[in-house]
Ligand binder design. Structure first.
Ligand SMILES: C[S@@+](CC[C@H](N)C(=O)[O-])C[C@H]1O[C@@H](n2cnc3c(N)ncnc32)[C@H](O)[C@@H]1O
Length: 936
């Protein structure tokens, strides 16, 4: 979002990786379990090494081995346990034995070599329990193993309730709108209609919409002038993009040839699907067609198709029999959508935070290797009582509720405090410490990366017992939490929801409730439902996760942290349903990055949940607690946002047979030079043949195939369009072109800035090429080899592997100076890669392609007066004010030097590579760019 203030929601990434294992290492050394730092470093350098089993390091010596001591239970080999070490902290299978599950029952000789099948489920296997020869359970799983976690709020449910829930959702209630959506000033604010932030469609109206209007036109051409050509915009906010796009089509703002424009305008239809009732009302009040629906649910398909089939053209008697006016469960060739569009929708999709332990040999596609972070709210009992009384509850109901939450708190959290892990913690903290404080402090400890908190339960027990640094930290956290949680109770999710329901029309009491409650994050095992829901995600990203795991393991990190939005796959499924069998496009703009970049930023900062609180004007904060320090604090009263994982969206499309056509910064969708498009005879012939074959198999109607001959040999000349007209350069225009570094000077992360992702559900007809600028990579392995560094990700995550050494060894080379230089280099690299493309497009638009050919580029560089005329006058006049003269001159010079060379030159700066590719795409056969001539 282009907020009114200075983008602080781009929360900085901690740029220095701490070696998480280092501290653990010192403790281990103190116990003489590892002989030297060198040994430890060597183990990190070994690609096959897993994180160390710290228990093994100290438990096994003088004839005591894991095989001897762990095969059995605590009582099988008593001579192994002398009081210094115990079965529970040395043996990975210690958590197998509980209640009826004894070693004899599960591993007795009578059960043979695979043990008693009744004992094995999930991570409890014969290998682990009988042989002590597999990765131990996670201690976080053990901590939550004795309790029902259903009433711990799932992060995505909480996010959804607080943003879009009918009862208290920020968007549903209209808080997002100026005037709170209750009429008043918001209705008369022109294009600025949101209360505390603005978006590009509003800030750059009408130019933003025209860039997309032009692209939609190209898509219409590529879809062979499909009629009706149905555009569905999801999550349209104030409706500015919808309004301006339709105006653009109606008034021929692009300047298309009249005959073409008439056909285009006649075919064009635009429908919004919107989740927020308040925003839907606003859109409808502007005369826009808007239907209710949730973009994270395929269930919305039917109602949107019904709305499409009820378009104005379908209103008359003729519409009754027309196939495009028939609403079905899925889009049909005639009645489906052609394009689904969204801007700043996906950042609203609800996130789930996952943790993947790196200890042992975790299996990426196995749910037992993962945990999900959930939320628990607490409140002092007295304050709850008072609030319930103010809300007007009867004495009996009030007492009943208090009893219920008290008993929930005791049963759930004391069960956690009494697990083997909780028990070890209890031994280190004050007697009388509350169960809540023990459970929450252990969960909080997970994010203290400097402690290198282990994953395995027996390792954690040992560390709590023997690592004084860790137990001191645990004591400090527990004592703080214990005093904060004095006489507090935990609210089960259903009760929290009930209270928020009752508070929905009592904003002042609601604010008081927010002041009184605290939110705690707890990692728990993945539920079966979640496991099923994410199965495809584990598969789709397995190679990427494996690379990340290797990287962090070598740096000694105990876990990866990632955020997944299950709604992204549902969204693609919904779009697939709307587009129907003849295909079409999905174009999304948002802020975000690729999978690995986002996973890096979360993994180096355990407290980062991937949720950001944008700046909020003072007046909207009246009466609320401090909302910026911790995102859940003002749930429902403020806006939250997340970064979109474009790799995941593309993967969701690919698993449905879609293609990725473009991914990159949003301004690369703009084309100032004219685009010449020809649907050539070769393609048509090909498809005619295919069509005949399909007809023979009766898979499409004859009507669909007539298309082929109808468009034979058509050529189109598409005028260029640029957001930067000849007027003043606002900061929003700078933002659009990626020029952000002079906006706040704080070095906010550039790599998550606005991007576009264009996917194609293949039509049965032809390969479209609507975008002519170089697409960026969605997977680190596919980074352009021309780029000498990759500014589209966390700087250190790119820099370390480029050092030609092991990440750990490379990390040791890092100095503060290099580190801060990287921040600047990558931020500028990210910005200038966009400038390189814009300069090429501008030159093509003004002078054609000739000047950019290698021999001409070389000649230009040799003649200072000609170079001066181009760079000094034309380029600086257009781009100098926005980018600064030094930047434009330097980028132009390097770019021309690159153009003057042949393509096979060694890696160069990303802007030179991107500019050279843009030139080839625009100017080489079949090409697509030409001067802004008056050709129509
Ligand atoms: C940040 S606003 C952006 C609005 C608009 N696209 C723009 O750029 O100005 C997010 C929009 O998406 C809508 N939205 C969020 N989640 C949605 C969902 N799951 N389904 C449909 N609309 C949703 C919101 O109500 C709002 O209209």
């Amino acid at each position: 979002m282009t907020r009114h203030s200075l983008l602080p929601w781009h929360r900085g990434i901690p740029v220095l990786f701490a070696s998480a294992q280092a501290v653990a290492m010192e403790n281990l050394l103190a116990q003489k379990s590892v002989s030297s730092i060198q040994e430890w470093q060597d183990s990190l350098a070994d690609e096959t090494a897993a994180l160390r089993d710290v228990s093994s390091d100290v438990c096994w010596q003088a004839g005591f081995t894991k095989e001897k001591c762990c095969r059995g239970d605590a009582s099988t080999t008593p001579e192994c346990w002398d009081g210094s070490y115990s079965f529970g902290e040395c043996c990975p299978n210690a958590d197998c034995w509980e209640g009826d599950f004894t070693f004899d029952f599960c591993c007795g000789a009578k059960y043979g070599s695979t043990g008693n099948q009744a004992c094995w489920a999930g991570s409890f296997t014969h290998q682990l329990c009988c042989l002590a020869n597999a990765t131990s359970n996670s201690w976080a799983d053990v901590l939550a193993s004795q309790v029902e976690t259903e009433q711990f709020y799932k992060m995505d449910d909480f996010y959804t309730d607080a943003q879009y829930g009918d009862e208290w959702g920020y968007y549903s209630k209209g808080h997002v709108l100026l005037g709170g959506g209750k009429g008043g000033q918001g209705e008369t604010q022109g294009t600025q209609q949101f209360a505390h932030f603005t978006t590009y469609p509003m800030a750059l109206s009408p130019h933003f919409a025209r860039v997309f209007c032009r692209l939609l036109f190209v898509m219409w051409v590529q879809l062979d002038e499909r009629a009706p050509f149905r555009v569905v915009e999801m999550g349209a906010g104030s409706g500015q993009l919808a309004y301006d796009t339709q105006q653009c089509v109606r008034t021929n703002a692009l300047g298309l040839a009249p005959s073409v424009w008439r056909r285009w305008a006649a075919a064009f239809e635009y429908t919004i699907m919107e989740r927020s009732p308040a925003l839907r009302k606003r859109q409808q009040s502007r005369g826009l067609r808007s239907v209710a629906g949730d973009a994270q649910s395929t269930a919305s398909c039917k109602s949107v198709l019904a709305a499409l089939a009820a378009s104005t053209a379908c209103q008359g008697a003729e519409g009754l029999d027309a196939p495009e006016c028939e609403a079905r469960d899925r889009g049909t060739a005639e009645a489906g959508a052609s394009v689904v569009l969204s801007n700043e929708l996906l950042d609203a999709f609800a996130p789930v935070k996952l943790r993947f332990g790196l200890y042992g040999q975790p299996n990426i596609t196995h749910c037992g290797s993962w945990q999900e972070v959930r939320l628990v709210h607490t409140i002092p009992e007295e304050r709850l009582r008072n609030l319930l009384a103010i809300m007007g509850f009867s004495e009996a109901w009030l007492e009943g509720t208090i009893q219920q939450v008290r008993s929930y708190t005791e049963t759930t959290f004391c069960a956690m405090a009494n697990t083997s892990i909780g028990y070890e913690a209890q031994q280190k903290v004050d007697v009388n410490t509350s169960c809540l404080a023990i459970a929450f402090s252990l969960s909080e400890l997970v994010n203290h990366l400097d402690l290198g908190i282990p994953f395995a339960s027996h390792n954690m027990r040992m560390r709590i017992r023997k690592d004084s640094k860790l137990s001191d930290r645990l004591r400090t956290i527990t004592s703080r939490l214990d005093s904060e949680l004095q006489a507090s109770v935990a609210l089960p999710r259903d009760i929290y929801r009930q209270i928020r329901h009752q508070l929905r029309d009592l904003p002042d009491v609601e604010a008081e409730f927010l002041h009184a409650t605290q939110t705690h994050l707890l990692p728990v095992s993945l539920s079966e439902d979640r496991c099923e829901e994410l199965a495809w995600w584990f598969d789709a990203h397995e190679p990427r996760i494996a690379r990340l795991a290797l990287f962090y393991r070598k740096l000694g990190y105990p876990a990866l942290h990632v955020v997944v939005r299950p709604g992204e796959d549902n969204f693609i499924d919904l779009v697939d349903c709307l587009l129907g069998p003849t295909g079409g496009y999905k174009l999304s703009l948002d802020y975000g990055a690729n999978f690995e970049g986002l996973a890096h930023s979360l993994s180096v900062d355990g407290d980062n949940d991937g949720i950001f609180v944008p700046p909020i004007p003072h007046e909207l904060m009246a009466g609320l607690p401090e909302c910026h320090n911790f995102w859940p604090k003002c749930a429902g009263r403020i806006d939250w946002t997340t970064f979109v994982d474009f790799t995941n969206l593309a993967a969701a499309g690919e698993r449905r047979g879609w293609r990725t056509l473009f991914y990159g910064p949003q301004n690369l969708l703009e084309q100032l030079s004219r685009l010449n498009l020809t649907l050539n005879a070769h393609q048509l012939h090909h498809f005619r043949l295919k069509c005949i074959l399909i007809l023979l198999w009766h898979e499409v109607s004859a009507g669909e195939c007539q298309w082929v001959t109808a468009t034979k040999g058509r050529s189109y000349s598409v005028p260029g369009y640029a957001v930067l007209q000849d007027d003043w350069i606002s900061r929003h225009i700078k933002g659009w072109y990626g020029r952000e570094s002079d906006m706040d000077g704080t070095g906010v992360q550039r790599w998550t800035s606005f991007k576009a992702l264009l996917l194609e559900k293949p039509s049965t007809r032809q390969m479209p090429r609507p975008i002519l600028f170089p697409s960026w990579h969605l997977d680190t392995r596919l980074v352009d080899p021309c780029w000498s560094f990759d500014p589209s990700t966390v700087p250190l995550a790119d820099w370390l592997p480029r050092q030609d050494s092991d990440p750990h060894a490379a990390l040791l080379k890092l100095t503060d100076e290099i580190n801060s230089g990287l921040g600047r280099q990558y931020a500028e690299g990210y910005e200038e890669a966009q400038l390189g493309v814009r300069l090429v497009d501008f030159i093509v638009a003004k002078s054609g392609c000739d000047m950019l050919r290698p021999e001409n580029a070389a000649a230009l560089l040799e003649r200072p007066s000609n170079w001066q005329a181009l760079s000094g006058r034309r380029l600086l006049r257009k781009w100098g004010e926005m980018w600064g003269e030094e930047t434009v001159s330097r980028v132009a010079l390097e770019l021309f030097k690159r153009l003057a060379e042949d393509e096979s030159q060694p890696p160069a700066s990303p802007f030179a590579c991107a500019g050279q590719q843009a030139m080839m795409l625009l100017c080489n056969s079949p090409g697509g760019g030409s001067k802004i001539g008056p050709v129509r």
